[in-house]
Design a protein around this ligand. Structure first.
Ligand SMILES: *[C@@H]1O[C@H](CO)[C@@H](O)[C@H](O)[C@H]1NC(C)=O
Ligand SMILES: *[C@@H]1O[C@H](CO)[C@@H](O)[C@H](O)[C@H]1NC(C)=O
Ligand SMILES: *[C@@H]1O[C@H](CO)[C@@H](O)[C@H](O)[C@H]1NC(C)=O
Ligand SMILES: *[C@@H]1O[C@H](CO)[C@@H](O)[C@H](O)[C@H]1NC(C)=O
Length: 353
C-alpha cells in the first residue's frame, strides 16, 4: 500500500516535471528554415547564402549602382546576405558608394527599418548583414541605429568569437531562439561592447574583389584568422575599367551569374569546392536577378534543396533613361555628363565596389 502510494507520487512528479519541461522548451520548433525543412538542422556555417553586393546601391543609368531592386525585393527573391558600405556623413550613418556625392542610398536607419519589417513578416528566415565600416565608426554608434530599428533583439550574439564554420548553431536553433540576424563588421567589431556586431575577418575569409578577369580564382585574399576552419565568402561580381576605375560589368551579368560557362558563379563554386573540400558560405553578386534565378539555383545545389525560380524579378532595362529614378544624383552631377563626373569623382579615390 505504502509503496503503491509512493509510486503514485513518483508518477505524478514525473508528469508534473514533464509539463514544466514542456513549458520551458521553445514554444515553437521551426519546420521550415530559409524556405526548406532540410535546412533546419544544418549549421549556419554549413549553408550557402546568396548575398547582394552593395545591396543599397540601387538604380538604373548610374555607374555607381550594383543592383536593380531594393532590399525588400532582394529579400523576397532569396537574397540572404546584405552587404553595405556605411559612411559617417555629418554624424549620420549613410549608405553611400565610395563617396556620398557620387551615390547616396539613404540612411542606414531607413534601410534597417525595411529589413526589420521584412523579418517581421518572414519569421522562419535567417539573414546576414555585412557592413563595410569605411569610416571606422564605433560599434556603439551602430547599436543606436540597430536599437531604433528594433533589430538588436533579433540579432544573434555568438557565445565566443571567432567561431569555426562547424561551431555555428543550426538555422532551426537561431529561428527558435528568435535571433535570426547575423551582422558582421569588417573593422572595429568589439563583442564586449556590442555582442551582436561580429568581427568579419576572424570569422570569414574572402576571395579578391574588384575582379575584371573572368577567371575568378579561389585564393584566400583577405582574412584575419584560420582560413582552414573559417566560413568563406566569394566576391562573384565582374567589373570593367572605365576611365581608370572599376565599375560593374552589367553587360556580362547573365554570364557572370550563370550556373555554368566561362566566368560563371557555378564554375567558381566548383573550383573553390574542389580546392577546399567545402562550398562557399556566402556568394556576393551584382544584379542578382540576371540569369533568371541562376544564382539561387547554384546555392540550392550546394544546399541540396529544390529551387523554384518562378517568381523572381526580371532585369530592368538600364538603357532607358529615367531621371526620376532614385539613383539619379550621378546623372545630375556636372550637368548630365555622368561618365565624366564619375571619372572626376574617382580620381585619386579608392574605389571600393
Ligand atoms: C588580393 O587581390 C588583389 C586583387 O586581385 C591583389 O592585388 C592582392 O595582391 C591580393 N592580396 C592578397 C593578400 O592575396
Ligand atoms: C540577359 O538574359 C535575358 C534573358 O535571357 C535577356 O532578355 C537579356 O537581354 C540578357 N541581358 C544581357 C545584358 O545580356
Ligand atoms: C556542408 O558540409 C558538406 C559535408 O561536409 C560539404 O560537402 C558542403 O560543401 C558544406 N557546405 C558549406 C556551405 O559549407
Ligand atoms: C521611371 O521611373 C518611375 C518611378 O520609378 C516610373 O514610374 C516610370 O514608369 C519610369 N519610366 C520609365 C520610362 O522607365
Amino acid at each position: 500500500m505504502f509503496s503503491t502510494r509512493l509510486a503514485q507520487v513518483a508518477l505524478s512528479l514525473v508528469s508534473v516535471s514533464g509539463v514544466v519541461l514542456g513549458a520551458s522548451a521553445p514554444l515553437r520548433r521551426a519546420t521550415t528554415c530559409n524556405g526548406f525543412s532540410e535546412l533546419c538542422d544544418k549549421s549556419f556555417g554549413n549553408v550557402s547564402f546568396v548575398g547582394a553586393h552593395d545591396s543599397y546601391a540601387v538604380g538604373t543609368d548610374n555607374l555607381a549602382v550594383n543592383q536593380d531592386y531594393d532590399v525588400t525585393q532582394q529579400l523576397n527573391d532569396g537574397i540572404r546576405m546584405l552587404q553595405l558600405q556605411v559612411h559617417n556623413e555629418d554624424s549620420t550613418l549613410q549608405l553611400c558608394h565610395t563617396s556620398c556625392s557620387l551615390f547616396n542610398g539613404g540612411t542606414l536607419a531607413d534601410y534597417l527599418t525595411k529589413v526589420k519589417s521584412w523579418m517581421d513578416s518572414n519569421t522562419e528566415d535567417v539573414l546576414s548583414i555585412l557592413i563595410v565600416n569605411i569610416d571606422n565608426v564605433a560599434p556603439s554608434e551602430y547599436a543606436t541605429v540597430f536599437e531604433s530599428a528594433g533589430l538588436d533583439t533579433l540579432s544573434y550574439s555568438p557565445s565566443s568569437s571567432p567561431l569555426a564554420a562547424t561551431d555555428w548553431p543550426t538555422l532551426g536553433e537561431m529561428i527558435d531562439g528568435g535571433t535570426r540576424l547575423v551582422t558582421f563588421l569588417d573593422n572595429q567589431a568589439d563583442t564586449t561592447s556590442v555582442s551582436y556586431l561580429i568581427d568579419e575577418f576572424s570569422n570569414i575569409w574572402e576571395t579578391a574583389y574588384d575582379v575584371t578577369d573572368t577567371t575568378f580564382d579561389c585564393e584566400v585574399n583577405r582574412t584575419n584568422g584560420d582560413s582552414s576552419t573559417q566560413m568563406y565568402l566569394i566576391n562573384h561580381f565582374l567589373d570593367k575599367i572605365l576611365l581608370g576605375s572599376p565599375v560593374p560589368n552589367v553587360d556580362k551579368a547573365n554570364e557572370t551569374n550563370a550556373e555554368s560557362g566561362e566566368g560563371s558563379l557555378g564554375v567558381q563554386v566548383d573550383t573553390c569546392t574542389s580546392q577546399y573540400g567545402r562550398a562557399p558560405n556566402f556568394m556576393l553578386v551584382d544584379f542578382y536577378e540576371y540569369g533568371g534565378g541562376s544564382v539561387f539555383q547554384v546555392a540550392a545545389d550546394i544546399n541540396g534543396v529544390t529551387y523554384d525560380s518562378s517568381s523572381i524579378a526580371t532585369p530592368k532595362d538600364g538603357s532607358s533613361s529615367n531621371s526620376s529614378d532614385s539613383a539619379a544624383p550621378l546623372m545630375h552631377m556636372s550637368g548630365g555628363a555622368p561618365w565624366f563626373a564619375l571619372g572626376a569623382a574617382l580620381t585619386g579615390a579608392v574605389m571600393i565596389v
